[in-house]
Every structure is written in structure tokens, then in C-alpha cells.
Design a protein around this ligand. Structure first.
Ligand SMILES: Nc1ncnc2c1ncn2[C@@H]1O[C@H](COP(=O)(O)OP(=O)(O)OP(=O)(O)O)[C@@H](O)[C@H]1O
Length: 300
């Protein structure tokens, strides 16, 4: 079921269009990543979805919802945690600001802090928290009023690899109960849990689809052959009459319309005097795909 539909959403500041007629929809209980380099328009898009920023044109619609703010939870890119508040006080404050009644706010805050793994830090001041704990707290305050849509602006960008993994695992769990839209400039973050990828570049939506769909469009399969020396690699590449790139003693043979097949190459190498260390089929990694997608010009 479609939870939110965005149509031709546009934002201009002065004469600069920073979000340019983007359209997409998000299904309930799915996770969507808004991916793009610095300045692509991710924060501006999320700010319009939260209602913090009004759009210049275009529409944002959620079926049956008049005031979207009541059904949206938001974690900004640089949240302020008020160092003098405890985790419980901070989360309760967020709940009350979202209209939750006082007694219920306390109960829901305790519950959500347990859920995000801060059960033992309820009464600790936020100033003592690590980066990972702060992100957990930020997610808790965004979830405390039980929103239908959770918006997260770069939730893992400032974390080390361990913190990043922990938060991504938490988001995977949350996704079972809530719909998530998060921004990132790191495609690897989107690898496991994301149903839909939206690539922004210069304010335009340049690609959208599932990770597998995007992969299929941009993966550029190659066969990687490692020779015993660079000399052999260069010799093979010059004789092969195939599209080859040489890196040290390794040759990457591009596959175009399924040609050449692995079998063809193996047959060819078996009938030669080349000394081969390994041969395997490889595809572009996610970072390479990201560079290709954000380097494209067409909008979708
Ligand atoms: N209030 C504003 N006034 C003028 N220009 C703005 C304003 N807010 C954002 N911009 C411009 O809009 C563009 C998009 O910014 P935005 O913060 O949305 O990008 P982003 O993709 O979130 O980048 P980052 O990854 O660096 O956070 C940038 O060129 C930015 O300078």
C-alpha cells in the first residue's frame, strides 16, 4: 500500500533550484534511501517532507492524513541533544511536543529507549553519550510518538564502522513496523536493508529502483584474469582483440551482450602459453555504481 506520494516537488532559493521536480512514492513498511553527493538536495527534500520547509511547487500526499507532522518522526543530520537532559527526559520532551499526553509520554519513552538499546542509560545525561548512543537516542525521539513514516537525515554518516553497523541493524528491525526514508551519501549503507533507492544529483532524481534493478543497469560485468606477471598481462591484452583494461598483472575483460563467455576465455587461455594465477567474473561494486549513477545527466 502506498504511504506517501511525492509529485514534481521543487524548491528554489532565490534563482537556484536545489530540488527540481522530483516524483516518487513509498510503500508502507519499506525502506527507501535518498542517495546523493554533498549538495544534491537530500536535506532540502527531507525538510519539505517534514513540513519544516515549504515547497516552491509540487505536492506531498499521504492518504487520509491532513497534518503530516503528526505521523512523521524525524532525525535531523545535526540533532541538538541538550546536554543537561537525561535520555528519558529528552525523549519525553519529544513525545510531548508531538502531542502525547504526559503519563503516556513517560511510558512510551521508557519503552522506545529499551527498544533502541538504551535501557540501561535512561537516567544518564546525554552529554556522556558516545556517537552511536546519540544516534540511538535520536532514533528513539523520532519514534516515540509511533509515527507512520520515519525520516532520517544521514543517520550513520558520522559513525565509525561498528556504530554504523549497529544503527543499520537497528533500522532493519524498525523497518518491520515503520516505513523508513533515510538519506546517505554512502551506497554501501543501502546494501542490505533498502527496498528502494532514489539517486539525487544537482536536485534532480537521476535514478530510482531496487538495488538489484540499479545493479542490473550499471553493474558492467567483467572477467578478471590474474597473470603471473605484468608482462604477460600486457601481452594478453594486446593480442586479445577484446575490450581490456590492465592493472598491474591483472586484466579486466569487459563483457558485452554476454560476450566473451567464461568458457570461451578458458578455452582460449588453455590453448596458449600464458601463465594464469586466477580467473573470475566480477561486477562493479556499489561505490562504482554510485559514481556512475550520480555522474549521469538524465532525470527520471
Ligand atoms: N536555506 C538555504 N538557502 C540557500 N541555499 C540553500 C539553503 N539550504 C540549502 N541550500 C543549498 O541547496 C543545495 C542543496 O543542499 P542540501 O543541504 O539539501 O544538500 P544535501 O544533499 O543534503 O547535502 P549534504 O550531503 O552536504 O548534507 C546546496 O547547494 C545548498 O547550498
Amino acid at each position: 500500500m502506498t504511504l506517501i506520494s511525492v509529485s514534481d516537488l521543487t524548491k528554489t532559493f532565490g534563482n537556484q533550484t536545489v530540488v527540481d521536480h522530483i516524483s516518487f512514492s513509498i510503500e508502507s513498511n519499506t525502506s527507501t534511501a535518498l542517495i546523493g553527493p554533498n549538495g544534491a538536495g537530500k536535506t532540502t527534500t527531507l525538510s519539505m517532507l517534514t513540513g519544516l520547509l515549504s515547497q516552491t511547487s509540487g505536492s506531498i500526499k499521504m492518504d487520509g492524513v491532513k497534518d503530516m507532522r503528526s505521523v512523521i518522526g524525524f532525525l535531523p543530520q545535526y540533532p541538538k541533544f541538550f546536554s543537561w537532559l537525561s535520555a528519558l527526559e529528552y525523549t519525553e520532551m519529544a513525545a510531548k511536543l508531538s502531542g502525547v499526553e504526559a503519563k503516556q509520554a513517560r511510558l512510551q519513552s521508557q519503552k522506545i529507549l529499551e527498544y533502541v538499546g538504551l535501557g540501561s542509560a535512561l537516567h544518564k545525561k546525554t552529554e556522556t553519550f558516545s556517537g552511536g548512543m546519540k544516534q540511538r537516542l535520536g532514533i528513539a525521539q523520532a519514534l516515540v510518538h509511533k509515527p507512520k513514516l520515519l525520516l532520517l537525515d544521514e543517520p550513520v554518516s558520522a559513525l565509525d564502522p561498528v556504530g554504523r553497523r549497529e544503527i543499520m541493524n537497528l533500522l532493519k528491525e524498525i523497518q518491520n513496523e515503520t516505513t523508513i526514508l533515510y538519506s546517505t551519501h554512502i551506497l554501501n549503507d543501502a546494501e542490505e536493508m533498502t527496498d528502494q533507492l532514489l539517486f539525487l544529483r544537482g536536485g534532480k532524481l537521476v535514478e530510482k529502483g531496487s538495488l538489484n534493478e540499479v545493479r542490473a543497469r550499471f553493474e558492467e560485468p567483467r572477467i578478471k584474469i590474474k597473470f603471473s606477471s605484468q608482462e604477460q598481462a600486457l601481452q594478453f591484452a594486446s593480442q586479445a582483440e577484446l575490450h581490456c583494461n590492465v592493472e598491474g598483472e591483472t586484466v579486466f575483460v569487459e563483457i558485452d551482450h554476454d560476450q566473451p563467455t567464461m568458457q570461451q576465455l578458458l578455452n582460449r587461455l588453455a590453448n596458449s602459453n600464458f601463465s594464469i594465477e586466477s580467473i573470475e567474473k566480477v561486477t562493479a561494486n556499489l561505490e562504482e555504481i554510485f559514481m556512475k549513477v550520480v555522474g549521469s545527466h538524465e532525470s527520471v
